[in-house]
Design a protein around this ligand. Structure first.
Ligand SMILES: Cc1cc2nc3c(=O)[nH]c(=O)nc-3n(C[C@H](O)[C@H](O)[C@H](O)COP(=O)(O)OP(=O)(O)OC[C@H]3O[C@@H](n4cnc5c(N)ncnc54)[C@H](O)[C@@H]3O)c2cc1C
Ligand code: FES
Length: 264
């Protein structure tokens, strides 16, 4: 663990439901808020009694460095997130972070962000942190149906060009968010960044490859330690210059990786 990772007892300032199974939690954690960058994440100890024993990883959605808070947006999946949903303001949660490598966008060309479900979180943080990206960024957001789609006007910066898709057509385009990519890719150099379910990201990488665009994926592999010690989060990766397969630890060498090099 490097010294830039903090362990902090964060105070829950707010923990409210914003959609079916979706919660927004604001945590006062000044040390982590001061350092965390786009695509980095925190490991949350969801229960001080250590059940579940392992911390759970969550990306930062946005921060206020002056006030010292970090927002996370989480979906209730199992035991850890189920407990998180029950916490009242003033409760303290132990956080470890920032973890992972921050993502730095290209200085040139347009940016297409393609999110599925809570995969919107690291992509939203990127545009909160880099307001200069807004004029050259398009955000595509997909969810299963309108109940699973949070109100994006609350979660994304104003002036961001965004478009919705739902699998059942109950909100926005009827179909997969990946269908929107060709019509929303601007002319010229484009970088695509995606985060969401594994099959969705694989499809985004394939479309980007066909269109000849750079593509990065923010991976959410299962994690144990979150800082490189357990090798529990590896992804198979093809080194361009060597043409052989390697493994990379998503927690320390990611979570953002070159989507064209991943063995999906
Ligand atoms: C770097 C990173 C950033 C993340 N950011 C967010 C975020 O911003 N918001 C958010 O809601 N979630 C995020 N996740 C996923 C989140 O960590 C898991 O949903 C959470 O750990 C589930 O914990 P649990 O105890 O509730 O579920 P568990 O009881 O651990 O699991 C319940 C079920 O969900 C499956 N599951 C658990 N974790 C994952 C996972 N990572 N991917 C796919 N399936 C899983 C398990 O196999 C099991 O079937 C992120 C994960 C990573 C690695
Ligand atoms: S989670 Fe332990 S090495 Fe990545």
């Amino acid at each position: 663990m490097t010294s830039s990772i903090h362990q902090e007892d964060a105070e829950i300032l707010e923990n409210r439901q914003i959609g079916t199974g979706l919660f927004l939690m604001r945590l006062r954690a000044p040390d982590i808020a001061s350092k965390i960058g786009p695509a980095q994440f925190v490991q949350v100890q969801t229960d001080p009694e250590l059940a579940p024993f392992l911390r759970r990883p969550f990306s930062a959605l946005r921060v206020d460095r002056t006030a010292g808070w970090v927002d996370i947006l989480y979906e209730v999946i199992g035991r850890g997130t189920g407990r998180m949903a029950m916490f009242e303001p003033d409760t303290r949660l132990n956080l470890l972070g920032p973890l992972g490598m921050p993502f730095t966008p290209s200085d040139t060309g347009s940016l297409l962000l393609v999110a599925g479900g809570v995969g919107l979180v690291p992509l939203a943080f990127l545009v909160w942190e880099h307001a200069d990206l807004l004029p050259r960024t398009t955000f595509l957001m997909g969810a299963a149906n309108r109940d699973r789609m949070p109100d994006l006007s609350d979660l994304l910066p104003q002036n961001l060009d965004w478009h919705l898709a739902t699998d059942d057509g109950s909100l926005g385009y009827h179909g997969f968010v990946t269908d929107l990519i060709p019509n929303h890719t601007r002319a010229g150099e484009t970088t695509i960044l995606t985060c969401g379910p594994h099959p969705m990201m694989a499809r985004v990488a394939a479309i980007a490859g066909d269109m000849g665009h750079r593509c990065y994926a923010s991976l959410e592999n299962h994690m144990a330690c979150g800082f490189g010690a357990c090798v529990g989060c590896v992804v198979e990766y093809r080194e361009a210059e060597r043409d052989d397969l390697r493994y990379r630890r998503v927690c320390t060498e990611g979570p953002v990786v070159d989507a064209h090099a991943i063995v999906w």
